[in-house]
Design a protein around this ligand. Structure first.
Ligand SMILES: [Fe+2]
Length: 279
């Protein structure tokens, strides 16, 4: 018997009693997809799995899609990325981990961003390294009515990098650069499964609002980000080894806290789930 237990938090549910090898059964897959659309974040405890098993499990949520950066793709199962965020003695870690320290939604630099991301913990440090999530439905609903009216219908340019981001991203190969021209997305998007509106923000990738002068665009984006940074919209997931966590990129942002001990391996396997064009 599989149970969906809502967290006492602004988003998220814990899935209990699930046989992960049966996640692809029609009834179970439907239950998981519904839980994700409703709670925006699902946590499925269990043991570490091989990349083949993780890919098979991810299909309960849709079609796996390969991530942009080739160096992260797992050799044998390229739909699964190996995300190493171990903190080195000199204070460095992989650039994508450093960048993930600020709030973002995955993949918004693509015209069709991944609808969901699955992260599976293989090795975790003895303490720290929580991943925090932000409910972008509640952020939108918390904005003053005048702001909601003003921004509904606005469009924004997302790029692989923007001077607005706090850190620079990983370098791309010429092939990867060719695949990532700037794209335009609505600033307010509608969840295709629930019909709820959310603020589609990404401080790491969102460069400017179409039709506004830079200063005005910066001021509005800062004002919107300020609401999203309020703790009332947030929930932090403290990892256990073997956890599977899936979040809905259409209505959430997330960030990692790099506060864990140096040298202790932090390795996650990641699968992006194909989405559709935001509207
Ligand atoms: Fe991310």
């Amino acid at each position: 018997m599989t149970d969906v237990i809502p967290l006492k938090a602004p988003l998220g549910a814990r899935i209990e009693g699930l046989d992960r090898s049966r996640a692809g059964d029609a009834q179970t897959a439907a239950l998981l997809a519904r839980a994700l659309a409703e709670h925006l974040l699902v946590v499925i405890p269990g043991e570490p799995m091989a990349p083949e098993e993780t890919r098979a499990f991810s299909r309960a949520f849709g079609e796996p899609q390969r991530q942009l950066l080739r160096y992260k793709r797992s050799g044998a199962v390229p739909d699964v990325s190996i995300m190493v965020s171990t903190l080195m003695a000199d204070g460095t870690t992989d650039k994508t981990a450093i960048r993930a320290e600020d709030w973002h939604t995955d993949d918004s630099y693509f015209a069709v961003p991944a609808k969901a991301t699955l992260l599976h913990s293989i090795e975790i440090p003895s303490r720290g390294g929580a991943t925090w999530f932000c409910n972008m439905h509640s952020v939108f609903e918390a904005l003053p009515e005048a702001t909601r009216k003003r921004i509904d219908g606005m469009r924004a340019i997302h790029g692989y990098d923007t001077p607005r981001a706090r850190n620079r991203p990983s370098a791309r190969t010429p092939e990867e650069i060719a695949e990532t021209p700037d794209v335009e997305h609505p600033l307010v998007r509608t969840h295709p499964e629930t019909g709820r509106k959310s603020l589609y923000l990404n401080p790491n990738r969102l460069d400017r609002i179409v039709g506004l002068e830079r200063a005005e665009s910066d001021a509005l984006l800062d004002e919107l980000a300020e609401e999203a940074r309020k703790p009332q919209h947030h929930h932090g997931h403290v990892w256990n080894r073997g956890d599977i966590v899936v979040w809905d990129n259409r209505a959430t942002m997330h960030r990692v806290v790099i506060d864990y001990p140096e040298g202790e391996p932090r390795i996650m396997h990641r699968v992006l789930i194909e989405g559709d064009r935001p509207y």
